[in-house]
Design a protein around this ligand. Sequence first.
Ligand code: FAD
Ligand code: DHB
Length: 392
Amino acid sequence: MTRTQVGIVGAGPAGLMLGHLLHLRGIDSVIVEDRTKEHVIERVRAGVLEQGSVDLMNEVGVGDRLRAEGMRHDGIFIAFEGQRHRIDMAHLTGGRAITIYGQNEVVKDLIAAREASGRPLHFEAADVRVHDLASDQPRLTFQHAGTGYEVRCDFIAGCDGFHGICRPSIPAGHLRIYEREYPFAWLGILANAPPSSPELVYSLHDRGFALFSMRSHDVTRLYLQCDPDEDIAAWPDERIWKELRTRLATRDGWAPVEGEITQKGVTPMRSFVAEPMHYGRLYLAGDAAHIVPPTGAKGLNLAMADVWRLARAFGEFFETGQRGPLDGYSRQGLRRTWRAQRFSWWMTSMLHHAADENAFDHKRQIAELEYLVSSEAAMTSLAENYVGVPLA
Ligand code: FAD
Ligand code: DHB
């Protein structure tokens, strides 16, 4: 039996950033992850960092590569009916912007910081379980390299994503779940091709949504709306490029530059909120507590905001014995979550075709897009949500 102050389940962005923030406050933690280090680093996921997430990475000393390699974008394009329209987010928000920097790069930087701290981070842990959550001394148990471990904790942080074990460990009846599934998914690719637009292009076409994004000056990231049960084997490279060209090309001659596809996969889309974000001494953060559809690029940023607040709350408890910030953690987190849920749902419904929609719905979507790109008020509303509200 060993002891720590905070047992952290999951080494995604939430668990790793929480471990780092606690380390900076001199608070001990043990991070337990069930996958390999390589898998965690290579998992291709989000790519858009809000200003607040960028500022956080810099403030806590893990921003060197982000500053050197991240791509600051002051605007985005919204495309429909063959035309691209730019939304100048920096101009509309008093200078705030987003930065393109892959989630796997964020995770790489945070793993390096953890390893430098010398505090424990166990990859490939099996049979991870949490116990005695309603007591003052919850326990974390797991198997690692053939040995059984038991860690007595003051708190446990469930940072183990949507499919983790922490949220299901909360006894029935303590959580209220709010959920919506969407009748479509995203087929995403990475390609060795230089970005042909300096900023992201979100497009609604008669054949459905498509998104042009990037990872670097040589790598493009693209997505297209597909069916939730889409078989990736039915999408040879040429079919993907043909569909992307059809949905993204605009009348001014713009189209994505094509190149070798190095990765492809299908991501389901869901909105999900579990309330409250804690039970006893277990606190949930990131995807373990909530999921947004990716259209607003909010998932990773919400995870960062959760753990920033959770680290402050744990800090206050250990330094002064005050429980106030811990007690307010869920209420404040849910306010931010619901704001992101509303925005992500709105972006998703404005830019995708659902099978049960008719010609009226399509006309309404075009009217909404036309209003968006012609009204400074509407563009400002999108911009301030897209760049993200400051951490609070
Ligand atoms: P995760 O990143 O899921 O990390 C949880 C960690 O816990 C994982 O490392 C997992 O292996 C580990 N874990 C799970 N179970 C256990 C267990 N029993 N024991 C120990 N460890 C465990 N967001 C965007 O904004 N844009 C995107 O394009 C985008 N694409 C996505 C694609 C996919 C396939 C997925 C799943 C998500 C995507 N997201 C995207 C959302 C974004 O990546 C997440 O919001 C973000 O990863 C949340 O971070 P997290 O640390 O809370 O959870
Ligand atoms: C990316 C992902 C998103 O969900 C999004 O809205 C914009 C960009 C990306 O992976 O680059």
